[in-house]
Write a protein that binds this ligand. Structure first.
Ligand SMILES: CC(C)(COP(=O)(O)OP(=O)(O)OC[C@H]1O[C@@H](n2cnc3c(N)ncnc32)[C@H](O)[C@@H]1OP(=O)(O)O)[C@@H](O)C(=O)NCCC(=O)NCCS
Length: 223
């Protein structure tokens, strides 16, 4: 399945401010899509144009494509997913989070109707004293990697967390040899906080992970 390279613009774009917040699970928004390597770590605050790329919340109709994406041999080993993901699993999981007020978000990136990537923003459990914390994970189709799709998805999650949920702390784990992902997270303001030894089994070997986190650079205030 050929996936065209998303086009890029050399013209700085106007930051887009959503005029009317939408509560529709199918509302597509134009994704930020910047390829300027000089971006500051907190460039999630500076959305740019993303011709051809749209982001929207995942729905039940995406379960099959999501299972296929997360089963790809170039993707699955880098996650905590087991091989042979299933559409039924994703239908159940997506069906369990219909409550938009939970703040949880499974965000998908599309070129037309082709699924290019997915990123999930989740709570970390029921403890009241950790309501300010969320975790995330993401995956981009191998043919679309290195073209800014991951950046656009992560910017989308960070905007949700920063601007609409007031999340103070975003945290994640990443395999210690996942250099592309670590570079992306660092560029978006995440810092390594520690190394988790033998964190997960991968291809028959235990692999270390890094734990990374990003604190809201400008937590919401009342003015
Ligand atoms: C990690 C992942 C989500 C990144 O998505 P992506 O669409 O490729 O990301 P982007 O293109 O937006 O950015 C990738 C950045 O890493 C850089 N990069 C690419 N290969 C790299 C490498 N080997 N070492 C360091 N940096 C690398 C790119 O140059 C790019 O930075 P730039 O925008 O400053 O040029 C994607 O590669 C992926 O799905 N991998 C498999 C699953 C996975 O690892 N998920 C994350 C689990 S924690």
């Amino acid at each position: 399945m050929p996936i065209p390279t998303p086009t890029t613009s050399s013209t700085p774009s106007t930051p887009s401010t959503p005029s009317t917040p939408s509560t529709s699970s199918t509302a597509a928004i134009t994704a930020p899509f910047s390829r300027d390597p000089r971006r500051a770590p907190d460039d999630a605050r500076e959305p740019t144009r993303s011709p051809g790329l749209t982001l929207r919340r995942a729905g039940l109709q995406d379960a099959s494509a999501l299972a296929d994406l997360l089963s790809l041999p170039e993707v699955q080993p880098w996650l905590l997913q087991l091989p042979y993901s299933s559409e039924a699993f994703w239908r159940e999981r997506l069906g369990k989070t219909p409550d938009l007020q939970s703040g949880e978000l499974q965000l998908l990136a599309f070129d037309g109707d082709r699924l290019l990537g997915s990123a999930g923003l989740h709570g970390v459990g029921g403890q009241a004293r950790r309501r300010h914390v969320m975790t995330l994970g993401m995956a981009v189709h191998p043919q679309a990697q290195g073209k800014g799709v991951g950046t656009a998805l992560l910017q989308g999650l960070i905007r949700q967390a920063d601007d609409w949920l007031g999340t103070l702390r975003l945290e994640l784990t990443v395999y210690v040899d996942n250099h592309r992902a670590i570079a992306l997270y660092e560029r978006m303001g995440f810092e390594v906080e520690g190394r988790l030894r033998a964190y997960a089994l991968r291809h028959g070997r235990y692999v270390d992970c890094l734990t990374m986190a990003r604190l809201h650079p400008n937590p919401p205030r009342w003015d």
